[in-house]
Each structure stands twice: as C-alpha cells, then as structure tokens.
Design a protein around this ligand. Structure first.
Ligand code: GLU
Length: 475
C-alpha cells in the first residue's frame, strides 16, 4: 500500500507552532514510510480565508524544507466535484434538503440548551419526501445513521467510540451553495487516496462524521492519528496570548529551521533520550507509536538552546550565509569589516539567534557616536588615561596584527603600569566597542582592525578629557 498523508491547513490566520508540528509529523510519517505527502489548502470559508495566509503557509513550508509531492490543492477549485457528489447523495437518499429557517434552528438550539441538552438538529426535514423541492433556500444535510456506533482505532489514542445517536445530520452544503469542512475533507481524503490522516486532536469529534460520509460512499476509511495539544507554560492551550507568533515571525526573529523542526519533533515524540535530530535522523526514526498521548508544553528557552546549538554546530560558512540576510536587514555594511565567519567564531557562544548575532555585531562594522553611559562612567575616567595612551602606542607599533600580539600588548601594558589585566582591559574594551561587554578582548580588537581601534581609543581619550573638563568647571 502506498502510504499517503496530507497537511490541510485553513488559510484563515497565520501558520503557528501547533500547525507546523502537525505538518511535520504528517510529512515525517510519509517520508519515513517511503510514502507521499500532499499539501491541501482548505479555503472553503470564503469570508475568513485570505491570500496572505495562503502565501504564509507556502512560504513557511518552503522555509522549513517540508516539501510536498502533490498540491497545493485548493478546495475552492473543487466545488464542481463536491457538487457532483452532493447531487448523487441527494438522489440516493444519503443526503436531503433542509428548509428549516435560521429562526427555527436558533429557537431549537435555545430550547435544547435550556433543557441542558446538547444542541443538535432534530431531523425535521429528514423524512420529507425525497422529491419535495421548494423555492425556499435550503441547506443540504447528510443523513447520518441513527443507530450503532463508529469505532476507530486512533493510532495515538487507541480505540475511540462515538454513538451515532450523538451525531446529528450535518450540513454538508450551506444555503449559499458552499460545501462545509467535514464533507470536503472526507471527499478530498478519498479522492486524494489519503491513507493516514494525522491532525490535531481538536478534530477527534469530526472523525466519526467523516467516517460516516466515507462509508456512505463505500470509500475506504483511512487510519487516523490525532495529536495532543501544545500548552503554554500557564497550562492553557498555546495561542497568540503566549506571544508565539507565526512561523515566519520565528524566521524573522533569527531562528533556524533545523532548530525549530528539531524542537517540534521532540514536542510530543521521543526516541530514547536523544535530543538532537537532523532531518535525516528524524526521517529514519520517526514513528507514530512513540508519539505521546499527553499534551506537551511549549518552552521557548529550550527552543533558544537548540537554536544556539545549531548556530554553533552547522557549518560556519552556511550559518554565515544565512546571517547575511539579518545583517542586511539591519542595514549593516559588512564590506569594510571582518568576515561573517569570524563574527560567528566570536559571537556564537553569546547569541542564541541570528537576529541577536546581527544586532551584536554592529560595532565591528560601524563606528558608534556614544559610549554606553554606565560603562563610560565606570571605566572612562582619569585613571584610564595613562593605560589607554600606552596601549594605543604599543598597538600602533605592533609589527604583526594578530590576536596573540594584541594579547601581548595588553599584558605588557599591565606589567609596565603595575596594573592588573582587568584594569587595562575594561577601559580599553569600553573605548573600542562602546560598552563593557564583549567576547574575548584581543579577538575583538583584532577583528575590528588596527586603524579603527586606534581611532576609537583616541575618541575615548577625548571623551575623558571633555568629562574631566566639564567636571572641573562645575566645581
Ligand atoms: N483545515 C483544518 C484545520 O486547519 C484541518 C483539517 C484536517 O486536517 O482534517 O484545522
């Protein structure tokens, strides 16, 4: 049997973490079984579906490298097909026209709620003569079996049973002629020969309805696997409230697709205690048996940890190429400064995202106008004049500009002035980078370059002179 799965998002909002995990598990299952993966855009909700949301789905899938073998199919281009099936169902009695007005349905609903009953259609039009046709608007309802039950063996949760009595006669086509989700999904899964439906467990209640529709068509029933939900750290279902934006936002914030996929694959699936999985390993190891039944909790710290892991462990050239995008976005001109691969060597231990890397590397390429106030107050004071002058002189006269020679220069200054390395290093650091935090000083100064470093030391000395002057004027 050719395994075939699908990812079937509705383009009614952005693609978020939960949907992407569903896409990933469906994709991995297909790939791990040598099967096919279909992308289907469920855009029948004409009011809420938008073109930007469709583009976001496609862009996100592309960015994550989740490729599809068929599609994207759009349900809005399949209305003819749905109507053919609906007409057949009307003529063989598996569906019927329902002329109940909105008012009737609303008051039925209110009554049922008042009686503490589950609101459901009461079958008012179910037994009308099949050939009865009126000019009034109507919806088409599926004639759901009234007896027996539907049991399906969920591949994650085990057997799940629904009594047919609990299911009412579902609207499969609205009065405006548009077909509804459960119907289209069932027809598509059948037409597209989907063997495994892997989706969020918010769809468990839809499954018996879809199975009944498939049964009425004598269509094979696919296997179903419903994924547990992802919770925020407050224990509530993950949503916009938790500040987790769209997948494209993660890209813009400097996350690597490798890290995001690795994070998501572990959010509800495990392979022993292994934490790090590249795509090949995921494809080889993924199975539905090891998908957890319990809900999982989204943990951004762990995602950041993984992101930094991949920044450090993927080939530096590759990360540098990707970093270029963020650097350009921040309008940093890198052509008169160190190579991005050198920046990575210096900063990848300190930054967890590519965006943070880009934000942290400005001082390698651009001169700054102001020193950080706290750092300057602490370190750019009269006691630093002598050491800054001396280190400037030594740096200016170095034969070789290497991290080792710069290190020696700092050591020499400290020895000559009987000051410890820190007393030399901190004012020097503030002078060349503007703040008191940077990676190892000799590497940083080396990467910034000689003339730029010397000019910045001069600027710091001028700054100290001005502040001393201003101070003496005050007193
Ligand atoms: N379109 C549905 C959604 O976005 C998914 C339906 C399905 O996977 O069956 O929730």
């Amino acid at each position: 049997m050719q395994i075939k799965t699908r990812f079937a998002p509705s383009p009614t909002g952005y693609l978020h973490i939960g949907s992407v995990r569903t896409a990933l598990y469906s994709w991995l299952f297909a790939r791990s079984q040598g099967g096919k993966f279909v992308l289907r855009i469920e855009d029948t909700d004409l009011e809420r579906s938008t073109q930007p949301a469709i583009e976001a789905i496609i862009n996100s899938m592309n960015w994550l490298n989740l490729d599809w073998d068929e599609g994207p199919y759009f349900q809005t281009t399949r209305f003819n097909r749905y109507n053919i099936v609906i007409e057949n169902m009307l003529s063989n009695g598996n569906a019927y026209r329902c002329y109940c007005s909105k008012e009737r349905i609303n008051s039925l609903r209110k009554k049922q709620i008042a009686q503490l009953k589950k609101p459901r259609y009461d079958g008012h039009c179910r037994n009308r003569n099949r050939h009865y046709i009126s000019k009034n608007p109507y919806v088409v309802r599926f004639r759901n079996p009234q007896e027996g039950s539907i049991i399906f063996n969920d591949l994650i949760h085990g057997p799940i049973e629904f009594k047919n009595q609990e299911l009412d006669d579902l609207v499969i086509r609205r009065a405006d002629g548009s077909p509804t989700y459960n119907f289209c999904a069932a027809i598509d899964d059948h037409d597209m020969k989907i063997t495994h439906v892997i989706r969020g467990n918010d769809h468990i209640n839809n499954t018996p309805r879809q199975i009944n529709i498939l049964k009425s068509l004598d269509a094979p029933i696919p296997s179903y696997a419903h994924l547990s939900i992802i919770l925020g750290n407050d224990g509530k279902k993950l949503s916009k409230r938790h500040d987790v934006g769209s997948i494209i936002q993660y890209r813009d914030d400097g996350f690597l697709p490798e890290a995001l996929l690795n994070y998501l694959v572990r959010l509800g699936w495990s392979h022993g205690n292994q934490e790090i999985f590249n795509l090949e390993q995921m494809k080889n190891m993924f199975n539905l048996k090891s998908v957890s039944k319990s809900n999982s909790t989204f943990n951004v710290e762990k995602l950041l940890w993984l992101n930094q892991y991949y920044i450090k462990h993927l080939p530096t050239e590759d990360i540098a190429t990707r970093l270029l995008w963020y650097v350009k976005k921040q309008e940093i001109n890198i052509f008169n400064g160190p190579k991005l691969t050198d920046i990575l060597t210096l900063l990848s231990g300190r930054c967890r995202t590519l965006k943070e890397l880009a934000t942290s590397c400005h001082y390698f390429y651009e001169d700054f106008n102001e020193f950080d106030v706290n750092s300057a107050n602490k370190y750019l004071c009269s006691t630093a004049i002598e050491s800054l002058n001396m280190i400037r002189k030594i740096l200016a006269s170095l034969n070789e500009w290497t991290p080792a020679s710069i290190h020696e220069a700092i050591k020499k200054t400290s020895k000559e002035l009987h000051m410890n390395i820190n007393q030399i290093g901190m004012p020097l650091r503030v002078a060349v980078i503007g703040t008191d935090r940077s990676p190892s000083l000799n590497l940083t100064i080396h990467a910034i370059g000689r003339s730029r470093s010397l000019a910045r030391i001069d600027k710091a000395l001028a700054f100290i002179a001005t502040t001393i002057h201003a101070h003496s004027q005050k007193h």
